[in-house]
Design a protein around this ligand. Structure first.
Ligand code: ADP
Ligand code: FDM
Length: 212
């Protein structure tokens, strides 16, 4: 019998919501319980496209807004063959940011519709679960200053949050809102419950296509 596929699990949320911390903890917990799991993150700054994006985020280069949006999407598409292979092998992928960040960040810029921003990512592997780590700007501020990269300002992050709220109205995506103001351990427990559920369900259904 062919092995059961892994689940595609995505963590989204505003800056400092705890995505990186929780992705790591989830992968470790799944591996410890005997479930094959690997972490991924977007942008993946290791590829040639990822290096262009990284220089832009670090403000070492300038890129036209549509162009960088398409590069973020291309950076996901270039990883699709690898992602599909791993999922087919039964490996669960825990992904730090995905197409939802893509659409939310660019559509927070003036002159960009959410609809246009979603288009290049239509047909990507559809996550079995997207957890949005919800944290108020005041609580995020308690976790330290903004970094120095592009987009790391209060005004822009508030605009991004509003775009995420629009994206979360889409019931074709399995969104779960996680209260990210709880302790690291409590958030981890909530995330684990949703993830185990998604992993069990994904075993019996084929991988879907996003926003189709
Ligand atoms: P993100 O990847 O969403 O930007 P990180 O995981 O890097 O967030 O966490 C941002 C900061 O907040 C780090 O210093 C981290 O240790 C801290 N942090 C993460 N989760 C929590 C939590 N639940 N409570 C308090 N601090 C947290
Ligand atoms: N970002 C991330 C985008 O603007 N579009 C995307 O498609 C993705 C995946 O890049 F500001 C933004 C979000 C964030 C930055 O930062 C990446 P991290 O610290 O590597 O998550």
């Amino acid at each position: 019998m062919a092995c059961q596929r892994g689940a595609l699990i995505v963590l989204e949320g505003v800056d400092r919501a705890g995505k990186t911390t929780q992705c790591k903890m989830l992968v470790q917990a799944l591996q410890k319980s005997g479930r094959p799991a690997e972490a991924m993150r977007f942008p993946d700054r290791t590829t040639t496209i990822g290096q262009l994006i990284s220089a832009y985020l670090e403000k070492k280069s300038e890129l036209e807004d549509h162009t960088v949006h398409l590069l973020f999407s291309a950076n996901r598409w270039e990883l699709v063959p690898t992602m599909k292979k791993k999922l087919e092998q039964g490996i669960t992928l825990v992904v730090d940011r995905y197409a939802f960040s893509g659409a939310a960040f660019t559509s927070a810029k003036p002159g960009f519709s959410l609809e246009w921003c979603m288009k290049p990512d239509v047909g990507l592997p559809k996550p079995d679960l997207v957890m949005f780590l919800q944290l108020s700007p005041a609580e995020a501020a308690l976790r330290g200053q903004f970094g120095v990269e592009r987009y790391e300002t209060r005004v822009f992050q508030n605009a991004v949050q509003q775009k995420f709220e629009l994206l979360m109205k889409d019931s074709s995506v399995n969104w779960q809102v996680i209260d990210a103001s709880k302790s690291v351990e409590e958030v981890h427990r909530d995330i684990t419950v949703h993830s185990l559920n998604a992993i069990n369900k994904a075993e019996d259904i084929p991988l879907g296509q996003l926003w189709t």
